[in-house]
Design a binder for this molecule. Structure first.
Ligand code: CA
Ligand code: CA
Ligand code: CA
Length: 175
C-alpha cells in the first residue's frame, strides 16, 4: 500500500495484492532511470522459491502492472546500488533455500536495460552459498583522512549468512 502525506495526514493512494506470493522484502529504487522511484518486492512463493516483482512508477502515486521474474529461492532481503557504474542502481538480492539445506546466496540484478532482468549474477563466485539473512549496502573502505581518495566511492556489502539453526557467518564484500 502506498500512502501520501497530505497536510500532515496519511492518505491512502494505491495498493497491490499478489495472488500466490507472500512479500518478504522490499526496496525502492529507480529501475528505469526516469527520476521516479519504483517499487521492487521480493517474495516467498513456496518452501524453496520466490520471485522478484517490479512495479514501475507512473507518477501521481500509481504504478504499472507488475513484472515478475523467478529468483533462485525465497527472497530474504533487498537493497540497491550501482555496481556496473552506468549511473543506474542495480538490485541486490539475498535469497534462501529451505531449512533442510540452508542453501542460499547473494545476487546483483543489473538494471542496465532499464528493466527488470531475467536473472541475477553472483558477485561472490559461489563463496556465499548459504541462507542470506540480511545485508547492508554502504561504502566501508572510502577513507576521508587525511583527505578523500580521488576515486568515486564504490558501495560495498556486509551480509549475515545463516549456516544452520544456530551458526552464522558475516561476510564483507569490498571493492
Ligand atoms: Ca522509475
Ligand atoms: Ca547499474
Ligand atoms: Ca568501497
Amino acid at each position: 500500500m502506498v500512502f501520501k502525506s497530505v497536510a500532515g495526514v496519511w492518505t491512502y493512494q494505491w495498493k497491490a495484492t499478489l495472488g500466490n506470493d507472500a512479500v518478504s522484502a522490499l526496496t525502492l529504487t529507480d529501475v528505469n532511470a526516469d527520476g521516479k522511484l519504483d517499487i521492487v518486492v521480493g517474495t516467498t512463493s513456496g518452501l524453496t522459491s520466490g520471485n522478484l516483482v517490479y512495479y514501475k512508477n507512473k507518477g501521481n502515486f500509481t504504478f504499472e502492472n507488475p513484472v515478475a521474474k523467478a529468483a533462485q529461492g525465497a527472497i530474504t532481503c533487498l537493497g540497491h546500488a550501482d555496481y556496473d557504474g552506468d549511473g543506474i542502481d542495480d538490485i541486490v538480492v539475498g535469497w534462501r533455500d529451505s531449512e533442510l539445506t540452508w542453501r542460499g546466496g547473494l545476487e546483483f540484478w543489473y538494471t542496465t536495460a532499464k528493466a527488470l532482468p531475467n536473472s541475477g549474477f553472483d558477485p561472490t563466485g559461489g563463496k556465499v552459498n548459504k541462507w542470506v539473512a540480511c545485508f547492508v549496502v554502504a561504502d566501508f573502505n572510502y577513507g576521508v583522512w587525511p583527505k578523500p581518495p580521488s576515486d568515486d566511492p564504490v558501495p560495498d556489502i556486509i551480509a549475515i549468512i545463516r549456516r544452520d539453526q544456530k551458526r552464522g557467518t558475516l561476510y564483507e564484500l569490498i571493492r
